[in-house]
Design a binder for this molecule. Sequence first.
Ligand code: ZN
Length: 133
Amino acid sequence: MNKLEHIGIAVSNLEAAEQLFAQLLGTASYKREEVASEGVITSFFQVGNVKIELLAATHADSPIAKFIEKRGEGIHHLAFDVDDANARMAELSAAGFQWIHTAPKDGADNKRIAFLHPKSTGGVLTEICEDKG
Ligand code: ZN
């Protein structure tokens, strides 16, 4: 992994969370983006070299809605920047890691992304993301 790219935080009310995090971080959200395939709206903050990605569900079956139901709002995942998502996925699969996605897919913020299953990463939902350039 090259670096921690962003930290994903599950929120139930995006407007309220944007206000809270803008106050907390001292910077406003610089963009919102919907990822329809995941049933989420994201909102991004830049903090130094790391981003904070707020995630709100767009419907009741969204993985974010299910996450909040089970565990409440809070840290949802860590995302690590990689040069080549396919290659990294193959390497980690060979090392025995399990994936939620079977192949990298389009995510927010101009990335190709894939999620590792938290069962194979010590309970920490982990994303790899490759910048599409
Ligand atoms: Zn993410």
